[in-house]
Write a protein that binds this ligand. Structure first.
Ligand code: ADP
Length: 532
């Protein structure tokens, strides 16, 4: 239970990955600028004021068209920065730079331990700039600075440190072969694992720095060259990370960072004929578009997509308070903007009322506010579009007849704040039960028969994560084995580590992030046979 308590503590001080609607189009009604002051963000302030460019071939350059777009602070809709509004031409230049860097080979031919040391240095630099990165993230995404400082930033650093160690361990095998049609011949056969080549990476806005780290770490340790497109809502920490990559000594063109919208820059990257692989984290809907776009040159695809994760509480959980805190953390962490959010709370009937009341009590106590306010436990949603999406779901649930135990409305203030929401008396057909809301909205359902539980828990097109709360360890293992989900947390939730693979069954994605599993997606296996 300790881990559960730790993660729920994190949540009350305030992980995609994916996704509500498409965050496209002019996103925000412009309001009076409320730019951060030097006093409020001492580390980030000077950086935010500097012009923002794309990183292509080791240089910071504007979009070829010269266009820019505004990046907003979701706490008050003020403009934080302007970044390049890149299109096909910028993507083409970035891909060409990555191709030159890959073919010229300074990165893939670098001694593995040198590559590892450089990535380790990136992790160190992230930690050295942790306060600044947490401030930028908080301003850009809306999450509490304290959460970014204890979760997003150290996890990003840890990912680079973990992946640095893999640089020297990407090994093939020697394979004893028999070759039936050559009975008298002898061979020496072995495999090599080589980088895939030029990789396009498209990331979402819910954990902007961390998602950049999840994508860049494995691509770089295996010797690939990258074009990274951050989400249009939250491009800032990726740009700051680009500076740190150069400071660490990354050769030019190995990582290129291009800001822009999904339909333009993102689509051009996914479709580009000189990109060997595309790695995407975002909505299932856009994941499908990526697959179609990738078909042109049959580039490799890995996807980390949406979820509607069941979080199951049994009456024999023992410490009910810990389970309640864990269930609240499962949905409210990062404002519910987590692909793995425990958004379907399934509770054994005997303790249903107590758990629902407990989670609602947690919800009511959550202090909403701007991410930089030290008292804030939950910030605004990331954008006006996301705000509309979540509030629409809230209203739809009411129209469909669900009972709102708490929340269900927008919250006050100029930013995109919504009330943490607990809903019960739902039917399996309701949109709030079936669809990914990607906000702080949990639907609670009682269950009586454990045998029906599994089919209900698995009754979703998604399969990213699940939680099980019980003291009966055999039951916990039986249920974990039956759940069609890439991660099952038992007596804890939202526990992430660079060494743990993360990804989805069913429509939650293809492949895994992190752990050694992710390295499969960034390497090609070459079989070499020597006639002796
Ligand atoms: P969300 O719903 O969380 O905004 P999306 O799936 O829309 O998630 O966006 C995640 C990432 O995908 C962002 O970087 C976005 O710009 C990009 N994206 C959106 N549409 C497309 C598209 N048609 N092709 C490629 N990338 C896209």
């Amino acid at each position: 239970m300790k881990t559960a308590l730790l993660s729920s503590r994190l949540a009350t001080r305030s992980l995609k990955s994916s996704h509500g609607g498409n965050g496209h189009g002019p996103r925000h009604a412009r309001r009076a600028s409320c730019a951060p002051t030097a006093a409020s963000v001492p580390h980030a302030f000077a950086w935010l004021k500097r012009p923002k460019h794309n990183l292509i071939a080791g240089r910071w350059v504007p979009a070829a068209s010269g266009k820019v777009f505004d990046v907003f602070n979701p706490a008050d809709a003020s403009v934080l920065a302007r970044v390049p509004d890149s299109d096909k031409e910028d993507i083409h230049r970035a891909v060409a730079a990555a191709r030159r860097a890959f073919d010229a080979g300074p990165w893939r031919r670098m001694k593995p331990n040198e590559r590892g040391k450089l990535l380790w240095r990136v992790g160190d630099l992230i930690l050295e700039h942790a306060d600044e990165l947490a401030e930028i993230e908080s301003l850009d995404n809306g999450k509490p600075r304290a959460v970014a400082r204890v979760a997003d930033v150290p996890l990003a650093a840890d990912l680079f440190h973990y992946m640095a160690g893999w640089a020297t361990k990407i090994e093939g095998h020697t394979i004893p072969i028999s070759v039936p049609y050559a009975p008298d011949a002898r061979f020496h056969a072995f495999t090599l694992r080589e980088p895939v080549g030029v990789v396009g990476q498209i990331i979402p806005w819910n954990f902007p720095l961390l998602m950049a780290a999840w994508k860049l770490g494995p691509a770089l340790t295996t010797g690939n060259c990258v074009v990274l497109k951050p989400a249009e809502q939250t491009p800032l920490t990726a740009l700051r990370l680009g500076e740190l990559l150069l400071e660490a000594g990354l050769p030019e063109g190995v990582v290129n960072i291009v800001t822009g919208f999904g339909e333009t820059a993102g689509a051009a990257l996914a479709a580009h004929d000189d990109v060997d692989k595309v790695a995407f984290t975002g909505s299932t809907e856009v994941g499908r578009l990526i697959v179609h776009a990738a078909a042109g040159n049959l580039k490799k695809v890995s996807l980390e997509l949406g979820g509607k994760s069941p979080n199951i509480v049994f009456k024999d959980v023992g410490d009910l308070d810990a389970a309640i805190a864990g269930a609240a953390n499962a949905i409210f962490f990062n404002h519910g903007q987590c692909c793995c959010a425990g958004s379907r709370l399934m509770v054994e009937k005997d303790v249903f009322d107590a758990v629902v009341a407990g989670v609602a009590a947690h919800a009511k106590k959550i202090k909403l506010g701007p991410g930089l306010d030290p008292g804030t436990q939950m910030g605004p949603l990331v954008s006006e579009e996301q705000f509309r999406r979540v509030t629409n779901y809230m209203h739809q649930g009411k129209q469909e007849g669900a009972c709102y135990v708490t929340g269900g409305e927008k919250a006050g203030g100029r930013g995109y704040f919504v009330q943490p929401t607990v809903v019960k008396d739902v039917k399996p057909s309701m949109s709030i039960v079936r669809e990914e809301i990607f906000g702080p909205v949990v639907v609670a359902e009682p269950f009586t028969k454990p045998e029906e539980l599994i089919s209900r828990a698995n009754d979703t097109p998604y399969g990213l994560a699940a939680g099980v709360w019980t003291r009966d360890i055999a039951k916990a293992h039986r249920i974990a084995a039956e759940l069609r989900a890439g991660t099952v947390w038992i007596n804890c939730y939202n526990v992430f580590d660079a060494a743990l693979p993360f990804g989805g069954y069913k429509q939650s994605g293809w492949g895994r992030e992190m752990g050694h599993e992710v390295l499969e997606h960034y390497t090609e296996t070459k079989a070499v046979v020597v006639g002796l």
